[in-house]
Write a protein that binds this ligand. Structure first.
Ligand SMILES: Nc1ncnc2c1ncn2[C@@H]1O[C@H](COP(=O)(O)OP(=O)(O)O)[C@@H](O)[C@H]1O
Ligand SMILES: [Mg+2]
Length: 328
């Protein structure tokens, strides 16, 4: 547990949120609305209950310091206007999404994994209207947890998956097995990269690991901290070319975010740039990425499955994560 100084009660940023308020009317948990009239209730009751699972988007990178956490927090804010968004800070080595939001959580994912807390108990409402599951700095990787710890985490994530539309996951950099597990389980993996040669090489390494370990349907690049759009497009083209040639996998460009001193200033003030400087170039670019993610929802495998098929549901984030964690 971390020290807490100002957790407020009520629907204010930083307050403990439990249970999740339902916002998006489009999401149904439990029985779906059938198109037949009410008279056909008998037949209706025999139908399988369908559960809409959350869409999971992991933000990962090859190298640290490329802006993953900034992107994850601000994407969460941009998407929170339209979806019930939960940001899971799964960077178990250097969790800091809470810092960027100006929050000082009392409890973190560590208390879920080790301390028997529920995910709802540690989840806090963050500025901008998304829910944050604060990360657990310094905890050994999830893959190193005992069976009991993994079971607990998965059970808790299951409840999250059903009460959220969109789970964003801020993962650790590199190819640590827990990052790969989260990335492999997600519907969409956003790989953050900067124009630095080391970042490009490491991004390719991370993409290769993800692709060779699991068939990832949706890998998208975000080129961050560019001088101009041309530079961003060139970085994308280089990585895409290598991925097509050697991994037989074309990549998508989720977006390009300029280097923007406003981001740095906001990090120092512990305020998300999208809230403090909504019209700066970085904020505009991040909103455009969020719009693209919403637009691509319709072409993705929807997370809507029959419970009877739950164990083999390919679209379930949790099911895939469970498979990965089981393999360790
Ligand atoms: N678009 C940007 N322009 C300028 N600085 C940025 C931008 N994105 C991120 N940064 C800075 O880069 C540093 C690392 O960002 P962070 O999100 O913590 O990276 P990561 O999570 O990948 O380690 C921070 O100091 C942040 O202010
Ligand atoms: Mg980070």
């Amino acid at each position: 547990m971390r020290g807490a100084d100002h957790v407020r009660i009520g629907e204010t940023p930083g307050s403990v949120v439990s249970p999740l308020p339902a916002r998006a009317a489009s999401i149904s948990v439990g029985p779906v609305v059938h198109d037949e009239p009410h008279r056909d209730r008998a037949r209706e009751s025999q139908r399988p209950t369908r559960i809409r699972l959350a869409r999971a988007i992991a933000v990962t990178s090859g190298k640290g310091g490329v802006g993953k956490t900034n992107l994850a927090v601000n994407l969460a804010i941009a998407l929170a206007g339209q979806r019930r968004v939960c940001l899971l800070d799964a960077d178990l080595g250097m969790a800091n999404a809470d810092l960027l939001c100006g929050l000082s959580p009392r409890t973190t994912l560590e208390d879920v994994i080790l301390g028997g807390r529920s995910i709802e108990e540690v989840m806090i409402l963050a500025p901008g209207g998304f829910r944050l599951v604060p990360g657990a700095s310094g905890v050994a990787s999830v893959a190193n947890l005992g069976l009991e710890g993994r079971r607990r985490l998965l059970a808790q994530l299951a409840s999250l998956e059903r009460t959220t539309d969109l789970i964003l996951i801020d993962t650790a950099a590199g190819i640590a097995s827990n990052s790969i597990a989260f990335a492999a389980a997600a519907h969409t993996v956003l790989v953050a990269v900067t124009p630095e040669p080391t970042s490009i090489t490491d991004a390719y390494g991370a993409i290769k690991t993800i692709i060779t370990k699991v068939r990832t349907p949706n890998l998208k690049l975000i080129v961050n901290m560019v001088n101009d759009r041309d530079e961003g497009e060139e970085v994308f083209r280089r990585i895409d070319r290598v991925s097509r040639t050697f991994l037989d996998t074309p990549l998508e460009l989720a977006g390009i975010v300029p280097f923007d001193l406003a981001v740095r200033a906001c990090v120092k003030k512990r305020e998300p740039v999208l809230l403090a400087q909504p019209d700066c170039p970085a904020s505009r670019a991040i909103r455009a990425i969020a719009r693209g993610l919403i637009d691509s929802e319709s072409t993705e495998q929807p997370g809507c499955i029959d419970p009877s098929a739950f164990s083999e549901a390919r679209s379930g984030f949790l099911t895939r994560l469970a498979g990965w964690l089981a393999r360790g």
